[in-house]
Design a protein around this ligand. Structure first.
Ligand SMILES: O=C[C@H](O)COP(=O)(O)O
Length: 335
């Protein structure tokens, strides 16, 4: 393998992994900082337009990047027809994300490759925790009335607490988009503070639902307010908005992560989610993370990819790398 080391494998962010990075400590709401945020849309678009194709990596290097991407996937099922059986199958896939013969050929057979986490609705947290017992793979629960986030605030806190009680180590909350659209930064800050407090030791990912926020400036300001209020990760989308993760939104959000780190010293994770289903697309996200934030942000304690079908395409590309052939998607066990 060239270019990118796959270590440390068992890439999932166990509590030990979490502890390797100082956890964000909430800052006072700094409205001057928030209002001062400016975004140059055309510069952002120009920057991301250069990515596809420019940093193409081939062969062994590409396989290494894709294996690394697997360790960052929050393998997700968030459907109205989810069942315990589907969640158990997803957990089995998280534990063994790539066919054994392919891993063997890639020299990865004994490296304990797993996805970063499993991501499910609260109802399936206990099922997933049981299915993943002893693996160290954390269970993430979407919460706070996902995906719209329009249930009463006290029920949001109860939902978080219930998922933590069932064993979720990560909680993916949705913000109230109205707070952003009306510029009510205090309200956004206050709800995020409450969500973080309700999570306790569980790490909290703040889903901004960027496709609902109208402008990149709103995305940048909402990112900042959520970090000030204690978010461990900021995440683009629920996967249910009409526009989900994009490279332009990613650039804006990770530059806010950089700014937040420069001012406070805390490293915040980033999770693009929704519509990332092709291996070639995930490479662009990885390149952007490395170029803007550095190699540290390629690891699962600072980078996750929320995706339901990406793993199948990555496995297919790895098969092509090993055998020179593509097989049908249905040969690779879906999540
Ligand atoms: O957070 C994860 C997303 O809901 C998954 O979206 P996807 O099904 O488009 O991959």
């Amino acid at each position: 393998m060239a270019d990118l080391k796959i270590a440390p494998i068992g890439g999932h962010a166990t509590q030990a992994g979490h502890n390797a990075i100082a956890r964000n400590v909430a800052q006072p709401l700094d409205l001057g900082w928030v209002q001062g945020v400016r975004v140059n849309l055309s510069a952002a678009e120009r920057r991301v337009a250069t990515l596809p194709g420019r940093r193409t990596v081939k062969k062994d290097a590409q396989a290494a990047w894709l294996l690394k991407a697997i360790t960052c996937i929050d393998l997700t099922t968030l459907n109205g027809d989810d069942t315990a059986e589907r969640v158990k199958r997803l957990c089995a896939k998280a534990k063994a994300p790539v066919r054994a013969d392919l891993l063997d050929a890639l020299g990865m057979a004994d490296r304990g490759l797993t996805t970063g986490a499993i991501c499910v609705y609260h109802r399936f947290v206990a099922t997933a925790v049981e299915a993943l017992a002893g693996t160290g793979i954390p269970v993430a629960a979407v919460s706070t009335g996902f995906p719209a986030g329009l249930i009463p605030h006290d029920l949001k806190l109860k939902e978080i607490e219930a998922s933590v009680k069932d064993g979720a180590e990560e909680i993916d909350i949705v913000i109230t988009r109205e707070h952003v659209l009306t510029g009510n930064w205090q309200a956004l800050y206050d709800e995020m503070r409450d969500f973080r407090a309700a999570c306790g030791q569980a790490h909290v990912k703040a889903i901004l639902a960027t496709g609902d926020l109208k402008t990149l400036r709103n995305v940048a300001r909402a990112s900042l307010v959520c970090m000030m209020a204690g978010a461990d990760f900021i995440k683009t989308s629920t996967g249910k908005e009409s526009v989900n993760a994009t490279l332009a939104v990613t650039l804006i959000m990770i530059r806010m992560i950089r700014e937040y780190q420069e001012r406070t010293g805390f490293k915040i994770g980033y999770k693009p989610a929704g519509g990332i289903s092709a291996a070639k697309d995930v490479l662009n996200y990885q390149f952007l993370m490395k170029e803007e934030l550095g190699r540290e942000w390629l690891e699962p304690n600072l980078f996750r990819i929320g995706a339901s079908s990406l793993l199948a395409d990555i496995e297919r590309q790895l098969e092509h790398h090993v055998t020179g052939r593509y097989s049908a998607y249905n040969r690779h066990a879906a999540g």
